[in-house]
Ligand binder design. Structure first.
Ligand code: ZN
Ligand code: FE
Ligand code: FE
Ligand code: ZN
Length: 273
C-alpha cells in the first residue's frame, strides 16, 4: 500500500455477535498498528426478522446488547480521538417483507454507516457453516438467482449505504452458473440506480473460494457502472483488521477504481488511492 494513502476498514465485527473473538479495543489497536485512518465497527444486527426473541446468539448480538454496543463504540471513539476515527456502523440483514422493522431499528441510533447484507435466502442462511450442501439439495442456480433478486431489492430499499459481499453464495466454492448472469446484471443495475456503494472485501480470500468479494469480472462491471467502493476485511478477530488490504486495493485498481469512500453520519466522502 502507498505511504500516506487514506486507509480504512469498513466492516468489523465484535464478540457480541457470538462468532467473533477479542475485545473491541484490540480491534482499534490493530487498526492503529496498521496505519488506518478509520475503523468502522459494523457488528451483526439482532435477528429482527426471525421468529422468537434473539433465536440464535451465535449469529448476531441480542436486542438487549445493541445499546451497549453503541455505547462501547462511542467510548472508544472518544478514547482514540485524534489518533484514529472510530465509527459507529451496523451490518444489517436485508429481509424481504421486514423493511419497516429494520427502519425502526435503524432510527434509534445515529449511525455513521449501515451495511446491507443478504445472508437469508429462500428460508435459510446462505453462508452459515452447513449451508454449502444447499447448493446440491436446492440447486445452485436457484440459490444464486434468488440471492441476486434479494440483493437488488436491498439496493432499491434505500436502507443501506453499502452492499456487502456482493457475490456471497460463492463462499464455499460454488461459482455462479453462467445462466444467472442476467440476475447478476440486474443487481448491478439496481446498485447503480440506487446510488448505493459496495465493499471490496478480503473475507473471501480467507474462505474456501479463495477470492475477494466481488470476483474480478464482477467488480469491473460494478466499477464500470459507476458504483463506488469501500474497503473492508469483515474481521471477526483483531488480527483480521485490514487483512489482505494490498490485495483488495490491487483488485480495485485493476477493476478501474481510483477512489474509495468513507462515511460520517451516513454522508460520504471520496478518497483517491
Ligand atoms: Zn459474522
Ligand atoms: Fe455478512
Ligand atoms: Fe460481516
Ligand atoms: Zn459479513
Amino acid at each position: 500500500m502507498r505511504q500516506g494513502a487514506y486507509q480504512t476498514d469498513y466492516h468489523v465485527h465484535t464478540g457480541r455477535c457470538g462468532h467473533a473473538g477479542g475485545e473491541m479495543r484490540e480491534y482499534v489497536l490493530a487498526a492503529l498498528a496498521r496505519g488506518l485512518a478509520e475503523i468502522a465497527f459494523t457488528d451483526h444486527i439482532p435477528l429482527y426478522f426471525l421468529p422468537g426473541e434473539d433465536p440464535d446468539p451465535t449469529i448476531a448480538m441480542t436486542r438487549a446488547e445493541l445499546p451497549d454496543y453503541v455505547e462501547e463504540v462511542r467510548v472508544l471513539e472518544e478514547e482514540f480521538a485524534g489518533r484514529i476515527d472510530v465509527l459507529l456502523g451496523l451490518e444489517a440483514d436485508y429481509a424481504e417483507g421486514h423493511e419497516a422493522a429494520l427502519e425502526e431499528i435503524l432510527r434509534v441510533h445515529d449511525w455513521d454507516v449501515v451495511l446491507g447484507s443478504v445472508h437469508w435466502v429462500a428460508g435459510g442462511w446462505i453462508d452459515a457453516p452447513g449451508s454449502a450442501k444447499r447448493h446440491g439439495t436446492e440447486g445452485s442456480e436457484n440459490l444464486w438467482r434468488e440471492y441476486y433478486r434479494l440483493l437488488a431489492k436491498a439496493a432499491r430499499s434505500g436502507l443501506f449505504d453499502v452492499l456487502t459481499h456482493f457475490d456471497l453464495p460463492k463462499k464455499f466454492g460454488h461459482r455462479m452458473p453462467a445462466d444467472v448472469t442476467d440476475a447478476e446484471d440486474a443487481a448491478v443495475a439496481a446498485a447503480r440506480d440506487a446510488g448505493v456503494a459496495i465493499e471490496v472485501s478480503s473475507a473471501g480470500l480467507r474462505k474456501a473460494v479463495g477470492e475477494e468479494y466481488p470476483a474480478p469480472p464482477l467488480l469491473r462491471k460494478l466499477v464500470g457502472a459507476g458504483v463506488p467502493i469501500v474497503f473492508s476485511s469483515d474481521a471477526h478477530a483483531p488480527a483480521e483488521v485490514a487483512w489482505g488490504r494490498e490485495k483488495i486495493e490491487a483488485a480495485a485498481h485493476a477493476a478501474g477504481a481510483g477512489e474509495h469512500l468513507s462515511f460520517r453520519k451516513r454522508k460520504r466522502r471520496r478518497h483517491p488511492f
